[in-house]
Design a protein around this ligand. Sequence first.
Ligand code: FES
Length: 166
Amino acid sequence: MFEQTNRRIFYQRIIQGILGIVTLMVSLPAIVYLFFSGKITQKSNKNWTDVGEISTLKLNEPKELVFQRLHVDGWKNSMVRATAWIVKTEKEMIAFQPRCTHLGCGYHWSQKEKEFVCPCHASSFSVTGEVLKGPAPRSLDRFETRIEGKRLWLGENITSVRESRS
Ligand code: FES
């Protein structure tokens, strides 16, 4: 009788142990997702890119820079060609996304007019990105900027960050 009880307890412990291991295996991915995915996403969002020297930039004379940028798409990371319009003002260094805020056409700087002009529907923007003439609904989108020595680094698209957090 005593030996049968011990055997029953022994088998119950084995079954409980196996159930515990199975429960852990099933819930581990959920635990990793809940507690660590935010940190992984934050790390990949802080994607700073060195876009080059800024000592050649002239005051209020935008220049389009071409550079390679890390593009994160799910689990796939790849380097892609990217551009940005850089403006050195007296107050700050501004980096604009190269797409018009109306329907996304590439715009250019008109040295004659001293404004950014979109060829698709004729929107125009000031040197600091404000809309001068529609149909563009808002100012040009900006990248975060950081200066290290004489080099400019670009971070996230500030407008996208604002939209995704609201
Ligand atoms: S896409 Fe630039 S004005 Fe329409």
